[in-house]
Design a protein around this ligand. Structure first.
Ligand SMILES: *[C@@H]1O[C@H](CO)[C@@H](O)[C@H](O)[C@H]1NC(C)=O
Ligand SMILES: *[C@@H]1O[C@H](CO)[C@@H](O)[C@H](O)[C@H]1NC(C)=O
Ligand SMILES: *[C@@H]1O[C@H](CO)[C@@H](O)[C@H](O)[C@H]1NC(C)=O
Length: 386
């Protein structure tokens, strides 16, 4: 914590971004940007289908052509960063599971004086959707912090992103490989923040929080660039080496209450773009038999007739992460937003299959744990949310 506080003190910030992005570096507080969570969900089955498509894409790594017939899910449940590209503001999904930044899914991009086409084509598939179009470079800023000459995809066509404008990619740069014609990879927004001297180290901190009550939208998240925000977590951050090509982590010792769910060491991804918490099939099966939960075909989620009382836990980097029932169950106040009718209790814990990666620490986990994506030290950090 002390080391982190010192790092934060050295983070520099862009001032006067509006005045033609003249970059002036100085020691400054940590660079922070607010996030809002939005939901366009009317039926929870769509979220399950969205997440399943995304998960199968992770283990297939399919080229776009193979996914032409995949279902397109236009209902989303996402954290959005208001992102200024040139002089336009776009609502972009914050995604640590992909690395390209692109716009134009809803609001069309109009190149201003700073926007320049590179003439290269760009396409990315996410399993749950895709886009293709042309690469531009332009100024990009989030929460007043930004860069010049950022590669952005400008979508000519896209599917699966209704209600948003695209994505700001916070995944490792290697995930941009072969997405833009004629180049091997394209620098990410975070890499440009470092190379342009806006921040000193490539470290992203992510704070999420559950929607309040029956809200469909809340400003309840925060990104930090260049370090972590000590006020957003408690205790210390557990760091573990990032497992390429994603923000990968090894997850072991799953348990329900005091009952072990198996000794599997699972290949996991910390992913802000997935809603559910996926676990390997063997763990999931034991979880059902231990907890009394059953797969409910109407919702696609595991349902309980009586409210479970045990914690669901697992170990990452030697630390046990426990979710209480309140944390792993869908809040009843959200049922009507999600098209869940009737009684019973539903959990976000879902079957991730047997093929790696089969464990996804998605949004519902990340609403309870602060996460750190540290390229500078090739590690992922997790700590209980404050
Ligand atoms: C739920 O769906 C599964 C898989 O399609 C099926 O095997 C099962 O019988 C269904 N259960 C109910 C209660 O309809
Ligand atoms: C369940 O997890 C919470 C949060 O980590 C913890 O405070 C509590 O002690 C746990 N309960 C049990 C019975 O382990
Ligand atoms: C949600 O969608 C599923 C699958 O299309 C359907 O079976 C179910 O009835 C829908 N639920 C509601 C509340 O509309």
């Amino acid at each position: 914590m002390v080391r982190i506080a010192i790092q934060a003190a050295f983070v520099a910030v862009v001032v006067g971004l509006a005045s033609a992005l003249s970059i002036e570096q100085r020691a400054a507080p940590l660079v922070k940007a607010p996030l809002k969570k939005i939901s366009t969900v009317t039926n929870i089955t769509n979220i399950v289908a969205h997440d399943n498509a995304r998960l199968s894409h992770y283990f297939k790594k399919s080229p776009i052509s193979e996914l032409a017939s995949a279902p397109v899910i236009n209902e989303i449940f996402s954290y959005i960063a208001e992102t200024v590209v040139g002089s336009q503001t776009f609502n972009l999904i914050v995604d640590t599971g992909s690395s390209n930044t692109w716009v134009g899914a809803t609001t069309k991009f109009v190149a201003g004086s700073t926007g320049k086409s590179t003439g290269d084509s760009v396409e990315v598939s996410y399993g749950s959707g895709s886009f293709s179009g042309t690469e531009f470079t332009d100024t990009v800023s989030i929460g007043g912090t930004g860069v010049t000459g950022q590669s952005i995809g400008v979508a000519k066509t896209s599917s699966g992103f209704e209600g948003t404008d695209g994505i700001v990619g916070f995944g490792p740069v290697d995930l941009t490989e072969d997405t833009v014609s004629g180049v091997s990879t394209v620098p990410t927004f975070m890499q440009n923040l470092v190379s342009q001297g806006v921040i000193s180290e490539n470290i992203l901190g992510v704070s999420f929080a559950p929607l309040s009550g029956s809200d469909e939208e809340d400003t309840n998240g925060e990104l930090t660039f260049g370090g972590v925000d000590d006020s957003k977590f408690t205790g210390s951050i557990t760091y573990t080496t990032a497992v390429a090509p994603w923000w990968g982590v090894s997850v072991s010792k799953f348990a329900f209450g005091s009952t072990s769910l198996g000794t599997t060491t699972a290949s996991g991804i910390v992913d802000t773009g997935t809603t559910l918490l996926y676990v390997p099939t063997t763990i999931y099966t034991k979880f059902l038999s231990t907890s009394g939960g059953k797969l409910d075909n109407n919702s696609g989620l595991v349902k309980f007739t009586t409210k479970p009382t045990s914690n669901f836990s697992f170990v990452v980097g030697g630390t046990t992460f426990s979710l209480t029932p309140t944390q792993y169950l869908v809040p009843t106040a959200q049922y009507s937003n999600w098209g869940i009718s009737g009684s019973g209790f539903y959990t976000y814990i879902a079957d991730g299959g047997s093929e790696a990666p089969n464990t996804i620490l998605g949004m519902t986990f990340l609403e309870n744990f602060y996460s750190v994506y540290d390229v500078a030290n090739n590690r992922v950090g997790l700590a209980p949310a404050a």
